[in-house]
Design a protein around this ligand. Structure first.
Ligand SMILES: [Zn+2]
Length: 391
């Protein structure tokens, strides 16, 4: 029931407002440039925009995070292919080395064959110095091992030992040549594999670039929605401030109007107050307590009970007013006015003249209230006074 905190701080009466509302009839002072309903409509439109934008921002964030994951997956694939390429390149290099080695071996073996063949020919020359000239000359004219081998019967006749040596060398040569050929075949296969990986790498790079582009687009959209959220938040804060300002000016204007009405216009109160809340005397908050503007009267079963006019007077306000909720303001015409706040319903209208003790409203908990009670204020010449000065 300590509802009064928000009611503090709006007692100050500005000269400008006093001038602005001088002599005006109470109702809905239009102190602010924009109407309160306009401000509230703007606020609720902004809240709607905020919710929509928040949904959009969530969706865009999700989108960007998916695109980021896809881009990262592409990057990972590219890395794997690059690793495979690195392994292949190393293997190809190793094969190149083996080929060079094999070719050197081939050259060595060929040289060895040639040297042994020359030695054989020298030996034959010596051996057959006096032999069959025709056979010898054929032999000596042999220009290659193949040529020589074709004359196998001659060779067999000469020496099994030397031909065996040459056969071994030749067999070595073939084996080395076969090996080099096999290495070349392997190298060719690896070259094909590398071509496939190169093309896969190119494909992945293109996908990666595309995914990067899409990610940047998604991130830009996200940033844009984020900026929009900030813009809405700012505008909301401005609108909130404008609403606070509107109420501050509204209350100030009411104070001013109260003061102006305090001169008395024919309806003069008795000058003595009756208790405004018949049957209930429990005070849950006194005047001045934490800046309280009036007294709070409460009690079990108070909801809906009659609130009565503390003195005769004229209703200068009856209706809803911000944190007061449903309330009645009465000018007693003798410099005094009283206010009754948080009603569940009102029994009078603005402009009504009321008798002392007349029911003007029913207890409720409207406006800024945490439970049913009557908030009762007494003003003299427009300034708040302690209601207990009068009982
Ligand atoms: Zn109160």
């Amino acid at each position: 029931m300590r509802d009064h905190r928000v009611l503090r701080g709006v007692t100050a009466l500005t000269l400008a407002l006093a001038l602005l509302f001088h002599g005006s009839v109470l109702g809905a002072p239009k102190a602010a440039a924009e109407s309160i309903s306009g401000l509230k409509a703007r606020l609720s439109a902004l809240e709607e925009q905020e919710a929509e934008n928040a949904d959009r921002l969530d969706a865009l964030r999700e989108d960007a995070s998916q695109k980021r994951a896809y881009r990262d997956a592409m990057k990972e694939k590219i890395d794997i292919v690059q690793q495979q390429l690195d392994v292949l390149i190393q293997r190809i290099r190793a094969l190149d080395d083996a080929i060079l080695e094999g070719e050197a071996e081939i050259a060595d073996t060929k040289a060895s064959i040639s040297a042994n063949f020359d030695k054989l020919k020298d030996r034959l020359k010596t051996m057959y110095m006096t032999g069959d000239a025709t056979t010898l000359s054929i032999l000596l004219r042999s220009t290659s091992l193949v040529d020589y081998q074709q004359k196998s019967e001659v060779i067999r006749a000469i020496t099994d030992h030397d031909t065996a040596l040459l056969d071994t060398l030749e067999a070595d040569l073939h084996s080395i040549e076969d090996k080099v050929e096999e290495i070349n075949a392997q190298k060719y296969q690896l070259g094909e594999d590398k071509k496939a990986l190169d093309s896969k790498s190119k494909e992945l790079s293109a996908l990666y670039e595309e995914s990067e582009r899409l990610l940047q687009e998604a991130e830009a959209n996200e940033a844009e929605a984020q900026a929009e959220a900030e813009r809405i938040a700012l505008e909301k804060a401005e609108t909130d401030a404008a609403i606070d300002q509107w109420y501050a000016e509204y209350y100030a204007a009411l104070e001013a109007a109260n003061k102006n009405a305090a001169g008395g216009v024919g309806y003069i109160g008795t000058g003595a107050f009756v208790w405004p809340m018949p049957g209930y005397t429990m005070i849950t908050c006194y005047f001045g307590e934490d800046g309280h503007r009036g007294i709070d009267i409460a009690g079990v079963g108070i909801y809906g009970k009659d609130i009565v006019a503390a003195d005769a007077g004229k209703v200068i306000y009856a209706g809803w007013m911000g944190s007061y909720g449903n309330c009645v303001f009465i000018d007693h015409g003798n410099g005094y006015s009283t206010r009754y706040a948080h009603a569940s319903a009102l029994a009078v209208s603005e402009g009504d003249e009321v008798q002392i003790g007349q029911t003007i409203a029913y207890v409720g908990s409207t406006g800024n209230s945490t439970g049913p009670h009557l908030h009762f204020e007494v003003l003299y010449s427009g300034s708040l006074t302690d209601p207990f000065n009068y009982f």
